[in-house]
Design a protein around this ligand. Structure first.
Ligand code: HEC
Length: 150
């Protein structure tokens, strides 16, 4: 009797479980779609904020590296952090919201990224002369883009 009840219950519940399963699949699909939407990179601030809050302080670390050369491991570590931030901020110049549809813009962003990645590697190698040498290429990327856009 008990067994029979259980079977009947299970049969009765089957459509419900199917609906539940479909509902769950729907939720999962919706969440996947939302995640895909939200995963698209988008600007979190204005161009001016990106420049003054991230690009300027991190690039200053490279421009003025000779003035106060890193001494301790911690100094070098800070410089690694800043040059990596600078390199990644060049990538941000290429996402929707910051990106401008100009070949020049893309060239200058890539120039900035290359110089910053090289600076990151130089900081990792504690190579002061290499960092000083990268100043020009980095400066050129800022100036080129500013002259073309401002
Ligand atoms: C691909 C283009 C591009 C590159 C590369 C670039 N900038 Fe800029 N920068 C801009 C634009 C556009 C503005 C104007 C932003 C605004 O006011 O809306 C700007 C503005 C600035 C400002 C003024 C911000 C303010 O509101 O006062 C500073 C400082 C600055 N950039 C520093 C730098 C430095 C340093 C570099 C290089 C390490 C650099 N930028 C590289 C496009 C660029």
């Amino acid at each position: 009797m008990k067994t029979h009840n259980n079977v009947t219950d299970r049969v009765k519940r089957a459509p419900l479980r199917l609906l539940g399963g479909l509902g769950l699949a729907g939720v999962v699909l919706t969440m996947t779609a939302l995640a895909a939407d939200n995963a698209a990179p988008q600007a979190s601030a204005s161009m001016s904020e990106l420049m003054t809050r991230i690009v300027q302080p991190t690039s200053d670390a490279v421009f003025y590296v000779s003035r106060t050369p890193p001494q301790s491991d911690d100094d070098w570590r800070q410089l690694e952090n800043k040059t990596l931030m600078l390199a990644e901020s060049a990538n941000l110049l290429l996402i929707p919201g910051y990106l401008r549809d100009q070949d020049q813009w893309i060239r200058d962003s890539l120039l900035m990224r290359d110089a910053a990645v090289a600076a990151y590697k130089a900081a990792q190698a504690k190579d002061l002369p290499a960092l000083e040498e990268l100043n020009n290429a980095l400066y050129e990327s800022c100036e080129n883009c500013h002259m073309a856009t401002r």
